[in-house]
Design a binder for this molecule. Structure first.
Ligand code: BES
Ligand code: ZN
Ligand code: ZN
Length: 497
């Protein structure tokens, strides 16, 4: 039996473009191989087929990692060869995502309607799912500001066997990825804290989730002074949103997801330079990701209790803006010297961490575009994280591996906490030099209850791509969302380390 899958999510139109016709109207057959390793990835008569790959006379088309070759023996159609080994440093699942992505892009550009994907060698649902994820990634476009919209092609992918495809989980994940990417890509002027609150309300309503919204007054009442302090400079008022998913669950786990939601980070009075400042519209990536994560978790009906806490503010200079040197009192009573108003992420996050503890969280994952230092340390392909729990750390790393999100665990070494001591207040929000990503994490640690299992994910380097990275052409990557969903899945299934 042939399994059909379409990545066009039902609202597709046929592309206007006509194909040049030389591959006919029937399905185009696909063959995945690793050019460098000279290995076939798909089943089939690998040796016989592979010999054509190097036979340039038969090549009808060649671009990037794709080659179309006419094979005149038992095949009546040209075969599309996809090199799944083009990139170095990716694991097999991510190579398959890239292959799926390239296939879909090629099919779309060439108005191909049907692709026939044969079984893979040592096929498994995970491998199959990776190809499907690549196909889904290819269909994302942030084109709401373009007068000419991206036309989604209606491409049918036929899998020539019986293997089950969990289309519902895939749709759930990708509606989360689309939500997160759309929020992150939205310009600052069109995504104020209040607008994020409204979107969170919509998600809560649609998925029947609990929601608690704290505006300025409620933040004051409950002493959430970090978010208030950062938001003081803008007329767009700050807020904290807590979205709660209470599944019937047997385990004593309550997972809190805390997201940095700076809808635009100018730096405040410690103003940033103009270089690439526009990218700071993505400084709410953490909040977008935790909202999307709880949406996916609810749609998948995972048996675990989860809260998503969005710490929302706009960081701007203004008449009431916090000044370098100002001191405020955090919810736990500690006084904080704001030595640099551009180190604002940690100030909003500590309120989210406090809210998580109030809700009775046993595990907390926070996610934030927190430090330029992390970007310098690990670049734009690897996210850095910190954790006080071996088990949580291993689960995050392994989940990331499976999802095509690479993580590197960084040290939470107390020796560097020395630099956070202040002369007048209990703690300061920057240090004089030193490892900035680590000292930011150590600052957060001061506000995490000791007995909680906690991880801090710093996605400053990986959240946004100016010139494209893997299956994202430009803009938001939603890096971290898949890892968080997979981590929560493993906790809900007790697949723990
Ligand atoms: N939002 C930035 C961090 C950032 C930098 C994210 C680059 C994405 C790309 C954060 O609020 C920030 O400005 N951090 C400062 C901290 C410093 C003042 C201690 C930084 O990293 O420069
Ligand atoms: Zn900043
Ligand atoms: Zn920031």
């Amino acid at each position: 039996m042939k399994r059909k899958f379409s990545n066009s999510k039902g609202k597709s139109k046929n592309t206007a473009k006509e194909h040049s016709g030389w591959w006919g109207d029937g399905p185009v057959f696909v063959f995945l191989y690793d050019k460098r390793k000279k290995e076939a990835i798909t089943n089939g008569k690998a040796k016989e087929i592979l010999q054509f790959v190097n036979d340039s006379e038969q090549v009808l088309h060649e671009s990037e990692a794709l080659r179309i070759i006419r094979i005149n023996n038992e095949y009546s159609h040209p075969v599309l060869f996809v090199d799944t080994g083009k990139e170095t440093g990716l694991n097999l699942l991510d190579h398959l995502r890239m292959a799926g992505y390239r296939l879909a892009k090629w099919a779309e550009n060439n108005s191909v309607k049907t692709l026939m994907i044969p079984p893979l060698k040592d096929d498994s649902p995970k491998k199959r799912n990776a190809i499907l994820q690549g196909l889904c990634h290819a269909s994302y476009a942030f084109d709401k500001y373009k007068s000419k919209k991206h036309e989604k092609a209606d491409i049918e992918y036929l899998f020539a066997d019986d293997m089950e495809i969990d289309g519902n989980s895939l749709q759930a994940l990708f509606s989360g990825i689309d939500l997160a990417k759309n929020l992150i890509n939205e310009p600052g002027c069109n995504l104020t804290p209040e607008m994020v609150v409204n979107i969170a309300k919509g998600v809560a309503q649609k998925y029947n989730l609990g929601i608690k919204i704290r505006g300025e007054n409620e933040l004051k009442r409950d002493n959430y002074n970090g978010i208030l302090t950062v938001g003081r400079g803008s007329k767009n008022k700050p807020a904290m949103v807590t979205v709660s998913y209470a599944a019937k669950h047997k385990k004593n786990i309550r997972m809190a997801l805390v997201g940095k939601g700076i809808t635009f980070d100018t730096g405040g009075i410690s103003l940033k330079t103009q270089d690439k400042m526009y990218e700071m519209k993505s400084d709410m990536s953490g909040a977008a990701i935790v909202l999307a994560a709880i949406q996916v978790i609810a749609e998948l009906k995972l048996p675990i209790a989860v809260d998503a806490i969005l710490c929302l503010a706009e960081n701007r200079p203004g008449e009431n803006a916090v000044l370098p040197g100002d001191i405020f009192k955090a919810k736990n009573g500690k006084s904080i010297m704001v030595e640099n108003t551009d180190a604002e992420g940690r100030l909003v996050l500590i309120d989210g961490l406090a809210e998580a503890a109030e809700l009775g969280a046993t595990h907390i994952i926070d996610i934030a575009t927190l430090t330029g230092a992390m970007q310098r340390a690990l670049g734009n392909s690897i996210g850095g994280f910190f954790s006080n729990s071996e088990g949580l750390a291993i689960t995050i790393t392994e989940s990331g591996d499976e999802c095509g999100e690479k993580w590197w665990r960084m040290p939470l070494d107390e020796e560097y906490a020395e630099g956070l001591k202040d002369k007048i207040a209990d703690i300061r929000n920057i240090t004089d030099g030193g490892p900035g990503a680590i000292t930011a994490a150590l600052f957060l640690k001061e506000f995490v209850k000791k007995d909680l299992q906690w991880a801090h994910l710093d996605i400053a380097g990986v959240a946004f791509t100016a010139n494209g990275y893997k299956y994202t052409e430009h803009g938001a990557t939603a890096f971290g969302l898949k890892t968080i969903v997979e981590t929560v899945k493993r906790y809900s299934a007790d697949e723990l380390r």
